[in-house]
Write a protein that binds this ligand. Structure first.
Ligand SMILES: [Zn+2]
Length: 494
């Protein structure tokens, strides 16, 4: 008997409704065919899991199209149209298929579709019909709508934040689809959409208040007949009707079982509301806290400029405060191609004065004047082999320069890493590759919310989250939401 042929695809974007700029097609990296295993082998991504499932379950993985971009603003309509056409076309060109595994983020918003993920699955379903097994994965920072549920056989969501189980979820999706193809299971789903928003400040799944609920999911999946039990964390920077927490349970043909587990999970999630106070210190207090730490490296989290949440990656509020408080031994990473190029032009060892950061939009502060010595010039590429948020093996921060800043001779040098592209802090190799040993620094700063922890927790002594402005500032009161449901708990802010 021929092996089942399962198409592997990915169209992936987390779209921030409050980012200043829209996202064009050019922001997407598009991989086709053999480029896909080349990129994802040895990584920890759900696509890696889809590919590895072939050997585990004895199917032919047919890599078709993978398109992804760093989180950023709402996607241009033309970019959505191109991606949707390319996805369907690549799947069609794959020849006869027994199933489709598709990795979607779940928070893809375009100017023509509030729930673009739903539109992708609707088109795939319309093209291949209701009989073809079709299993989809999501990031938990998703706005899962009924329309996605209606058009897939099973939905599987990562269970961790930082997302270190992406590959495992890919393998789980592979296991569901192969059993469908072999007529061993017939998935049914229960979906619950909750009128609540767990603020990103609380979205660390290994800490209270979320820890116990999220930790209970694997045990539910060991219950006979349960194929997947998932919770979405929600993505609060998405101004769309489906924004909010959700529950999705997949069972083998037993709707009552799926409903019972979904209702129970929804009730437990709803009950967490009392533990979700989100007040955090201002930037001056956060920097003072880091300076007062008895040992480093102490991490300052610039949550308003959470690159993985779609912000500009060049906010200067923390940098300006570190300079104002005369801190030393710190690292700040800024996406600033202009300043980076000035360092490359000056060469290693040159001393120069320049204005860094705050150049992308009006949300992330003003450029800051600094004088420093060019310590390192680098192509910006690095490799991460451990399971880190994002599941990516090959990192790329674009052409990079490190500026060493030392205000006084008895100070430990500080470093401003000027990158050519926006790069979220998911890997210590981002710094190690440019000659900075994070463990030796007093203060590390990350433009992130939770995702950074997988990489930084092994070396840090502690951390503080600073209530900084920016496209991912955490107080919902700073935004005007227009499309979210009116009764959404958690939107009131402070
Ligand atoms: Zn996520």
């Amino acid at each position: 008997m021929n092996k089942p042929r399962i198409a592997i695809a990915q169209v992936y974007h987390e779209s921030n409704s409050f980012a200043a700029a829209s996202t064009p097609l050019a922001a997407f990296r598009v991989l086709r065919g053999a480029e896909i295993p080349r990129y994802y082998t040895g990584a920890h991504n759900e696509v890696t899991g889809f590919l590895e499932g072939a050997a585990v379950h004895g199917y032919d993985a047919v890599p078709t199209l993978c398109a992804f971009a760093t989180p950023s603003g709402v996607v241009e309509a033309a970019a959505f149209d191109w991606l949707a056409d390319a996805l369907v076309e690549a799947l069609r060109a794959a020849g006869p298929l027994d199933g489709i595994l598709l990795a979607l983020h779940g928070a893809f918003v375009s100017h023509n579709h509030d729930n673009a993920d739903a539109e992708f699955v609707r088109r795939v379903r319309a093209t291949f019909g209701p009989q073809l097994p079709f299993v989809v994965t999501h990031d938990p920072h998703s706005s899962i709508g009924q329309a996605v549920i209606d058009n897939v056989d099973a939905l599987v969501v990562y269970k961790t934040n930082p997302h270190v189980d992406m590959r495992e979820r890919g393998l789980q999706a592979a296991s569901i689809i192969i059993r469908m193809i072999r007529s061993e299971v017939r998935p049914v789903m229960a979906y619950r959409s909750l009128p609540m928003m767990v603020n990103i400040v609380h979205q660390h799944t290994a800490s209270p208040p979320l820890r116990d609920l999220w930790a209970s999911l694997p045990a539910l999946e060991r219950e006979p007949g349960v194929l997947a039990a998932s919770l979405s964390l929600c993505y609060q920077y998405s101004d769309v009707p489906a924004m909010g927490n959700a529950v999705v349970v997949v069972t083998d043909g037993n709707q009552a079982q799926a409903d019972r587990i979904a209702d129970d999970l929804a009730a437990r999630l709803w009950a967490l509301r009392e533990d979700l106070d989100v007040r955090i210190p201002d930037v001056a207090t956060a920097v003072a806290t880091a300076r007062a730490a008895p040992a480093g490296p102490f991490v300052i989290v610039d949550i308003g400029d959470n690159v993985g949440g779609g912000s500009a990656a060049d906010a200067t509020f923390v940098l300006a405060e570190l300079l104002r408080q005369d801190a030393d031994g710190w690292v700040v990473v800024l996406a600033d191609p202009e300043a980076m190029r000035a360092c490359h032009a000056a060469g290693v060892g040159a001393t120069l004065s320049l204005r860094v950061g705050g150049k992308t939009d009006h949300l992330h502060g003003e450029p800051v004047a600094v004088t420093g010595r060019v310590k390192c010039l680098h192509d910006g590429r690095f490799e991460e082999r451990a399971a880190r948020h994002g599941g990516v093996r090959w990192g790329d921060q674009g052409l990079t320069a490190v500026l060493e800043v030392q205000a006084h001779p008895d100070h430990q040098p500080s470093y401003i890493v000027l990158t050519g592209t926006r790069c979220a802090p998911m890997s210590l190799h981002q710094l190690q590759s440019v000659g900075i040993e994070p463990a030796y620094m007093k203060i590390l700063t990350v433009k992130a919310a939770i995702a950074w922890k997988a990489a930084y927790e092994p070396v840090m002594t502690g951390f503080v989250v600073a209530d900084t402005p920016g496209a991912t500032t955490v107080n919902p009161k700073r935004w005007t939401y227009r499309k979210v449901r009116r009764d959404l708990w958690g939107l009131e802010g402070w």
